[in-house]
Design a protein around this ligand. Structure first.
Ligand SMILES: *Cc1c(COP(=O)(O)O)cnc(C)c1O
Length: 445
């Protein structure tokens, strides 16, 4: 699909951003020139996916589209039991309603925000066990999304009997779309299983992760993406999927597992929250398009084209010396805002400020993945300033051209060139008690 995009004036953008309380989630899409808020549900479907929409029935129970979709999931991931949901967080809600209890501890390599939200809202604790390499944006290592086995072992040892499962996120979205190596996946699963702790793979960008394994882990260079994906899930107890990413559909998700007990348990929550178990919040036609999307997006050429575009944007930022999480990740560039707006104290949210500046500069909407999103500690209510403060430029799949990448890089360079004149950030006027970044109201200082 093609849609027109509308240029705007700086004056208009100043007015719109103020009306949006300096929170780009509150902007209207038509006020945005190039939209890099997310790569979630914003991809363009292929000819084959659009054709798939025309096939299959819309039965309440047992539609042909469900069985086609189920067969694809079984084949790609080797998981027997499949529950569709309307998106990734719905999959979390269904599975965690069954598995997470008050007082539980759930380790993970940087839990995604909704994953953390679904754990914390059940009065359980999410503990980050990402490797320390991820904290240094300038360090070039191939698998920055990896789990620190030492940190994981410590959590498992100290919390025996309180860990219902571990969440392994591929790619590690929060630290910059950084991949997890096959070696680390296998070691993590083995370590968890030695403590009798199951592993749940948060799989939104599993295909991009498989691409990085193929291109960066020597022994996998001759394997196909589908072979690698299948191997990533060997021994994994369940998967949660936001199909809006590597399923290349506008809406969708699912849970898959080989654990019959978990399947039966999760089913009980699927029916009231999402709908009957053969559609779980999805239309039959959308299940068909998702089945097609999963098959397509596990082809090397598709992934190569996409990841290459992200790397092209990174190469332009290199020309301008703009610091970002290195090496470039799968779906986005994560610009190191702390390093750019170094005059702005943490308490004034540098990455959020940079997000505002980039929008004002060229109408480009990026997303803060930093101190605002990190939210407050649920117990102390203090801001969590111990992570990275990043501006994410997420690239939708099959939507923008390389020429758009040039506009983005040039706009960011303009902001970068005047960085020393940006000395004050933003302050919170109102925030929600959970996942505040979506609705927070700010003022410019
Ligand atoms: C997007 C995402 C989710 C949540 O999925 P939605 O479809 O947005 O509800 C969970 N985990 C990861 C790693 C994600 O990227």
């Amino acid at each position: 699909m093609v849609e027109p995009i509308k240029p705007s004036t700086r004056e208009e953008r100043e007015k719109w951003l103020k009306e949006a309380h300096y929170n780009v989630f509150q902007l209207k899409a038509e006020q945005v020139y190039i939209d890099l808020l997310t790569d979630s549900g914003t991809g363009a479907m292929s000819d084959r996916q659009w054709s798939a929409l025309m096939l299959g029935d819309e039965s309440y129970a047992g539609a042909t589209s469900f069985y086609k979709f189920e067969a694809v999931v079984q084949k790609l991931f080797g998981m027997q039991y499949v529950i569709p949901t309307h998106q990734g967080r719905a999959a979390e809600n269904v599975l965690f309603s069954y598995l997470v209890k008050e007082g539980d501890v759930v380790p993970g390599n940087a839990h995604f925000d909704t994953t953390k939200g679904h754990i914390e809202s059940r009065k359980a604790k999410a503990v980050d066990v990402t490797c320390d390499d991820a904290k240094d944006t300038q360090k070039e290592v191939p698998f920055k999304g990896n789990v620190s086995l030492e940190k994981l072992e410590k959590v498992l040892t100290e919390n025996k009997g309180k860990v219902p499962f571990m969440v392994l996120t591929v790619t590690n979205n929060t630290v910059g779309g950084q991949p997890v190596s096959m070696e680390n996946i296998k070691a993590t699963v083995q370590l968890c299983h030695s403590f009798n702790v199951p592993v749940v793979m948060d799989s939104a960008r599993f295909a991009e992760n498989a691409y990085f394994i193929k291109t960066r882990e020597e022994e996998y260079k001759d394997k196909s993406i589908k072979e690698i994906a299948k191997e990533m899930y060997e021994g994994v107890d369940a998967m949660l999927m936001s199909a809006k990413k590597d399923g290349v559909v506008n809406m969708g998700g699912f849970i898959a597992t080989n654990n019959k007990e978990w399947y039966e348990g999760a089913k009980l929550f699927c029916i009231p929250f999402e709908g009957y178990v053969t559609y779980g919040g999805m239309n039959g036609r959308d299940l068909n398009a998702l089945a097609e999307g999963l098959m397509e997006n596990t082809e090397y050429e598709m992934l190569h084209t996409r990841i290459h575009q992200v790397q092209y944007l990174a190469s332009l930022l290199d020309e301008y010396d703009i610091p970002y999480q290195r090496p470039a990740g799968g779906h986005a560039i994560f610009v190191d805002a702390d390093k750019i707006l170094s005059k702005i104290p943490k308490e004034e949210f540098p990455a959020q400020t940079l997000t505002c500046e980039l929008y004002l500069e060229a109408g480009i909407r990026a997303c803060e993945i930093g101190y605002m999103l990190a939210d407050r500690d649920p117990v102390t209510r203090e801001n969590r300033f111990n992570g990275l403060d990043l501006l994410r430029l997420a690239i939708p799949r099959r939507v923008y051209t390389d020429n758009h990448m040039k506009v983005i890089a040039a706009a960011l360079k303009n902001v970068y060139d005047r960085r020393d004149s940006i000395t004050r950030g933003v302050a919170i006027e109102w925030e929600a008690p959970l996942m505040r970044h979506f609705t927070v109201r700010l003022k410019r200082l």
